[in-house]
Design a protein around this ligand. Structure first.
Ligand code: PMP
Length: 396
C-alpha cells in the first residue's frame, strides 16, 4: 500500500526551520517560526515556570490520567485570566472549560464540536490568517469562508471590507477572530471596531470563535482582552481558544484551553459534555505537566507577580525591536516608510517584502522569512539587526 504513496508537501513554516538548521552560514537569521526569543536569540524557560516545576516535583504524588476535561483548578484560572474574576460570566457560572494540548488542540476540539452539533455552520476566517487555521477547520469537516482583513497597502485593517464580507454570513455561522496580535499581520481592530464587530455578531446571530494565542504580547494581559470583553455581552455565546505556548513560553508542553460561554449554566454544561465526547474519541485526555505549571503560577500570588513581570519583559523587548528596526531601516532607506512596523502588535508583522525578495534574502544572506513576507519580530536581536537591515536594504 505504501510503495505508491507520494510525499505530502512539507509544512510551509516548519519546513523553513529545517532549512535554517541545515544552513552553515554563521550569520544566518531565522524570522520565520512563531516562537519568542530573548536578546541572546534563545527561547527561554521562564523563572516562574522553573519555580513552579520545582514545587510540582515536591508536591506531585501521581502521574495518573487527568479527567477528559483536564485539571479543574487550571480551568478556573484560565477563565479568570480571560474575563477577570469578577466578570458576570464567571459569577453566573455560564462558562465551562476543557484543557487541551495547546491552542491547536483547542481549535480542533472547537471545530469538531461545531461540525458534530451544527453541521450546517460554516467558519469565516480573516484573509490572511494563521496558516494552520484552515488546515484545522477543514480537517474537522468545516467549510471555510474568508473575510477581507488587510487594506490595499497591506499595513492596516480594511474594516469596511471585513463588514461587507461578513454581511454574507448566515445565522449560526462561526467567525474566527484573533483576540489580539493578529497572526500574520500584527494588525488588530480598534476598540470602536471591536464594538462594531460585537454589534454585527449580535445582529446576525453569529458564533465568535476567539483565538487567544498572544495574551500579554500586545499591550498587556488585561488590555489585550478588551476585544474579547466587548464580545462578552449579557447572554452572548462564545468559544475561546487559549494558548499558553507564547506567554508562558511553554511551547513543547502543549498547554491550551477551550472555553465556552453560554447564556446560562445548564447550556454551558451541555456544551461541555459534547466537547468532552469529542476529546475522548480524539486524544482521550490532556497532558498533565504544562497545565499543572500554569495552574501553580496563576494560583500563587508570588509566582503570578513574577510571571507578569516576565510577560512584560517579553512584550517590552518585542516593542523595542520594532522601534529599532524602523530606525535602522530609516537610516538605510530613508525613502521607504517602515513606521507601520512600530504601530503593529505582537510577534508578527507583514514586512511588505515580495516573495522574490524573500527568496533573495534566503539565498544570498541566509535570512529566513515566510514567503508572504511575514516576519517574526521576536527573532530580531541588537546583534543581528544591522546585518538584517543591511540585507533588506540591499534586496529592496
Ligand atoms: N493560534 C494562533 C493565531 C497561533 O499563532 C498559534 C501558534 N502559532 C496557535 C493558535 C497555536 O498555538 P499552540 O502552539 O499552543 O498550539
Amino acid at each position: 500500500m505504501f510503495e505508491t504513496l507520494q510525499m505530502a508537501p512539507p509544512d510551509a513554516i516548519l519546513g523553513l526551520t529545517e532549512a535554517f538548521k541545515a544552513d552553515s552560514n554563521p550569520a544566518k537569521i531565522n524570522l520565520s517560526v512563531g516562537v519568542y526569543q530573548n536578546g541572546q536569540g534563545v527561547t527561554p524557560i521562564l523563572d516562574s515556570v522553573k519555580q513552579a516545576e520545582r514545587r510540582l516535583i515536591d508536591s506531585e504524588t501521581s502521574k495518573g490520567y487527568l479527567g477528559i476535561d483536564g485539571l479543574p483548578a487550571y480551568a478556573a484560572r484560565v477563565r479568570e485570566l480571560l474575563f477577570g474574576a469578577d466578570h458576570e460570566i464567571l459569577t453566573a457560572a455560564r462558562a465551562a472549560t476543557v484543557q487541551t494540548p495547546g491552542g491547536t488542540g483547542a481549535l480542533r476540539v472547537a471545530a469538531d464540536f461545531v461540525v458534530e452539533s451544527y453541521p450546517d455552520a460554516r467558519i469565516w476566517c480573516s484573509k490572511p490568517t494563521w496558516a494552520n487555521h484552515p488546515n484545522i477547520f477543514k480537517a474537522a469537516g468545516l467549510e471555510v469562508k474568508q473575510y477581507s482583513y488587510l487594506n490595499a497597502e497591506g499595513i492596516g485593517l480594511d474594516f469596511e471590507g471585513m463588514l461587507r464580507d461578513l454581511s454574507e454570513a448566515k445565522v449560526g455561522d462561526v467567525i474566527c477572530l484573533h483576540a489580539c496580535c493578529h497572526n500574520p499581520t500584527g494588525v488588530d481592530p480598534t476598540p470602536e471596531q471591536w464594538a462594531k464587530i460585537g454589534d454585527l455578531v449580535q445582529e446576525k446571530g453569529l458564533l465568535p470563535l476567539v483565538d487567544f494565542a498572544y495574551q500579554g504580547f500586545g499591550d498587556g494581559l488585561t488590555s489585550d482582552a478588551a476585544g474579547l470583553l466587548e464580545l462578552a455581552r449579557p447572554n452572548a455565546e462564545l468559544l475561546v481558544c487559549s494558548s499558553f505556548s507564547k506567554n508562558f513560553s511553554l511551547y513543547g508542553e502543549r498547554v491550551g484551553a477551550l472555553t465556552v460561554v453560554a447564556s446560562d449554566t445548564n447550556s454551558a454544561q451541555a456544551v461541555l459534555s459534547h466537547m468532552k465526547a469529542r476529546v475522548r474519541s480524539n486524544y482521550s485526555n490532556p497532558p498533565r505537566h504544562g497545565a499543572s505549571i500554569v495552574a501553580e503560577i496563576l494560583g500563587c500570588a508570588e509566582l503570578r507577580q513574577l510571571w507578569e513581570q516576565e510577560v512584560d519583559e517579553m512584550r517590552g523587548r518585542i516593542k523595542q525591536m520594532r522601534s529599532q528596526f524602523v530606525a535602522a531601516m530609516k537610516e538605510r532607506k530613508g525613502d521607504q516608510d517602515f513606521s507601520f512596523i512600530d504601530r503593529q502588535r505582537g510577534m508578527f508583522s507583514f514586512s511588505g517584502l515580495t516573495p522574490l525578495q524573500v527568496d533573495e534574502l534566503r539565498k544570498r544572506y541566509s535570512i529566513y522569512i515566510v514567503g508572504s513576507g511575514r516576519i517574526n519580530v521576536a527573532g530580531m536581536t541588537e546583534k543581528n539587526l544591522p546585518t538584517l537591515c543591511d540585507a533588506i536594504a540591499a534586496v529592496l
